[in-house]
Write a protein that binds this ligand. Structure first.
Ligand SMILES: Cc1ncc(COP(=O)(O)O)c(C=O)c1O
Length: 467
């Protein structure tokens, strides 16, 4: 609907899958959160909006009441309903590189749509969790994390990811990045500091390993995923651990081939090496059931790491390690000496969210939305033969043909049109002379900006190709 009459131009997309009222509430919250409905904006009268949207007046009225109760809206007697003037404005646009035009759209990988954070469900979970939390929850706690969360995670991970996770084997960490720090520290102290990391892979994580005393060796990636068949021989003979993203390799998007999964666990069993399984977006699979974690087939060889960064939001800084028995004490000791334990209130809220199945509901909801985005990307880019990594995750890769525009040229052309994109080169251990590619993070933009962002991407590619 068009709200030009009310001084704002707003398009509301109603997803009525959880009921019409809930759909309207969601659409309004999203519009307020991403700044399309700025603070103090007057909303249409319930009767007007009901007619525009084909809803009953009672439905619109109930949605307004709910959002007033939650603090999104305020009702002014005799003056209608408006967006709370206390809500913060939308964040500033992505800062561009010096001298470049500001980005209008951001399709870089690494972030979900943070506008999908389930604010209401999280508030309810926090309220419920704190209402029943014992007093000791507010004191210093176990370095492994709250028992409520570890036991909720044990159930969830077994059911949803095929992970064999007893609560005593779980350590809650401040993001995946801290799990990597803890494991690197323990490996270094045990005298096995050499770590094989996927090439290409996230360069930030390589740097984290190096800064904590690890030595990084490249583990090549091909169309079957990480070359785990190379572990244990040649340059990779002295490796103490291999860090992999089996469900959806970052950044190529390949799922680790069954033969490579076997090679990985065989290597770990025969050499005593450790597999670090980074399951950062394993919940997002679109063509069939998510692929189960490698950990389920080799729990004494694999340190499994999951995170709430993609399912809920990176801001929570909540992740979880499931450890082989031999690593529990050293990792707990490292965690204690790093920060005692991860903060407790968020852990209690997450435990409640998982226990009441709100976490599953959130995953189902966002999976459906990301699937629609993935489908739109496919629809717009089907002409590009190099599109890969699309059955899962929140990003796809576009390999560029050797006789076409280079990666740097496409990124510059996109930036000039106000579109931020990711390239493959920064993820390579040695980018020189390697084929170029784009990494398209289709989850990041707010929903209302996504179709235009993808259209612009298609245009940039078509133009760059015709040079
Ligand atoms: C490959 C990979 N692993 C893990 C993560 C999650 O990291 P964290 O839990 O520290 O936010 C990300 C997030 O972008 C990622 O891209």
């Amino acid at each position: 609907m068009d709200w030009a009459d009310f001084g704002v131009d707003l398009h509301l997309e109603l997803d009525a899958s959880g009921g019409r009222r809930a759909g309207l509430e969601r659409a309004l919250r999203e519009a307020i959160r991403d700044g399309r409905l700025p603070p103090a904006t007057r909303l249409p009268a319930t009767r007007t909006l009901a007619t525009e949207l084909g809803l009953s007046r009672g439905t619109v009225s109930a949605a307004y009441d709910q959002l007033v109760a939650e603090g999104w809206l305020v009702a002014r007697i005799g003056a209608g309903t408006e967006v709370s003037p206390l809500r913060r404005a939308a964040p500033a646009p992505v800062p561009p590189p010096p001298g470049a035009a500001p980005f209008r759209y951001d399709l870089r990988p690494g972030s979900p749509d943070v506008g999908h954070f389930p604010v209401t469900a999280w508030l309810r979970a926090t309220r419920r969790a704190l209402a029943v939390a014992p007093a000791d929850a507010y004191g210093y706690g176990d370095p492994r994390g709250r028992p409520e969360l570890r036991s909720a995670l044990a159930g969830y991970l077994g059911r949803a990811r095929g992970v064999l996770a007893a609560p005593e084997r779980i350590v809650v960490t401040t993001g995946y990045v801290q799990a990597l720090v803890l494991l690197t520290t323990v490996l270094r102290d045990a005298g096995t500091p050499v770590v094989a990391m996927e090439d290409p892979g996230l360069s930030f994580h390589r740097e984290v390993v190096r800064r904590h005393g690890g030595t990084v060796l490249p583990l090549p990636v091909d169309e079957r995923g990480a070359r785990t068949d190379l572990l244990g021989s040649g340059r990779l003979a002295r490796v103490g651990a291999a860090v992999v993203t089996p469900a959806h390799q970052f950044p190529t998007g390949v799922t680790l081939h069954p033969a490579r999964r076997h090679a990985l666990t065989d290597w770990a069993r025969t050499t005593g090496g450790l597999v670090v399984e980074d399951d950062y977006d394993g919940e997002f699979r679109y063509d069939r059931q998510p692929v189960g974690a490698v950990q389920g087939t080799a729990p004494e060889q694999v340190a499994y790491v999951g995170t709430a960064a993609k399912t809920l939001g990176p801001a929570l800084r909540l992740a979880w390690l499931v450890l082989p028995a031999r690593l529990v004490d050293p990792v707990v000791d490292a965690k204690r000496h790093l920060d005692l334990h991860t903060e407790t209130i968020g852990q209690l809220a997450l435990a409640d969210l998982i226990g009441t199945h709100g976490y599953d509901r959130q995953i189902r909801t966002v999976r459906r939305r990301y699937r629609q985005r993935r489908d739109l990307l496919l629809d717009r880019l089907w002409r590009w033969p190099g599109l890969g990594g699309i059955p899962a995750g929140l990003h796809a890769t576009l390999h560029l043909p050797p006789d076409g525009p280079t990666e740097a040229e496409v990124l510059a052309a996109a930036a000039a049109r106000g579109l931020a994109l990711g390239g493959l080169a920064p993820h390579r251990h040695h980018p020189e002379g390697q084929p170029g590619g784009l990494v398209v993070g289709y989850a990041r933009p707010p929903s209302h900006a996504y179709p235009a962002a993808v259209d612009l991407l298609a245009e940039v590619l078509a133009t760059a190709d015709r040079r």
